[in-house]
Design a protein around this ligand. Structure first.
Ligand code: GSH
Length: 230
């Protein structure tokens, strides 16, 4: 069972990070293909993944057919179906229901944070002023994370204790709380630290920095402070 995954720039592509973490954190081997987003090479790469417009997308063979799955949520469900032994959702039914709900909410929501605070793993900004809409979404994040951590997260550092699909989906937004210096309560701040100190995430970011590329239009004209090394 050999998977390939198409991803974009590691510094900027939040959905690529989610898709990649699904393989990396659950120990599912995958071959990465990457291209600079918005370049002709990016379009050429995706032509081998069904011709969609976005990353991540995956490809594998089954019954002598090529299977292509694009969209992170579809990729997650495909991996759950094919690797039941990996327990990618929480085991407890109530936790699992909540995990599915918040993954769907991340997939279709948090538009203000996503638009105003694009993922950028190169900088930590100082002086970013979140809009009232962004502040409302931060408050929603705190509610979600607090509920998951206090009800089901006692046995480990992740939202439901052990790592689940929900942690992969919330990883990029956790980085934004750090990089835009957004005001958050202790539980959320601890979860952000868990996310950015995870070895898989650190590897992703190091590989992104090594790409040494600045996507035009992604940087804000704000002072920056060093990434907190731990
Ligand atoms: N709903 C999609 C969103 C994927 C997405 O928007 N990916 C961005 C990169 S983070 C992309 O490929 N952008 C390239 C473009 O829009 O041309 C998913 O869940 O995978």
């Amino acid at each position: 069972m050999t998977y390939s995954i198409a991803i974009g720039d590691k510094i900027y592509s939040s959905w690529s990070l989610r898709g990649w973490l699904l393989f990396e954190k659950f120990g599912i081997p995958v071959t990465e293909e990457t291209a600079r987003m918005y370049s002709p090479e990016f379009t050429a790469m995706l032509s081998n993944y069904g011709g969609g417009r976005t990353v991540p997308a995956i490809r594998f063979s089954e019954d002598e057919e090529t299977v292509i799955v694009s969209d992170t949520l579809a990729i997650a469900e495909t991996l759950v179906e094919r690797h039941p032994e990996k327990n990618m959702w929480p085991a407890n039914a109530a936790a699992r229901g909540y995990a599915r709900s918040i993954v769907a909410e991340m997939h279709s929501g948090f538009m203000n944070i996503r638009n105003d605070c694009t993922m950028n793993l190169r900088h930590c900004y100082s002086g970013f002023q979140p809009s009232p809409e962004v502040q409302r979404e931060i408050s929603r994040l705190e509610t979600i994370w607090t509920e998951a951590r206090t009800k089901w997260g006692k046995d480990g550092p992740w939202l439901f204790g052990s790592y689940s699909i929900a942690d992969a989906f919330y990883a990029p937004v956790a980085t934004r709380l750090l990089t835009y210096d957004l005001p958050i309560a202790k539980l959320a701040a601890d979860y952000v630290q868990t996310t950015v100190n995870d070895p898989a995430f650190k590897r992703w970011r190091a590989e992104g920095l090594a790409e040494n590329y600045v996507q035009p239009g992604y940087d804000l004209d704000l002072p920056t402070v060093p990434w907190p090394e731990t």
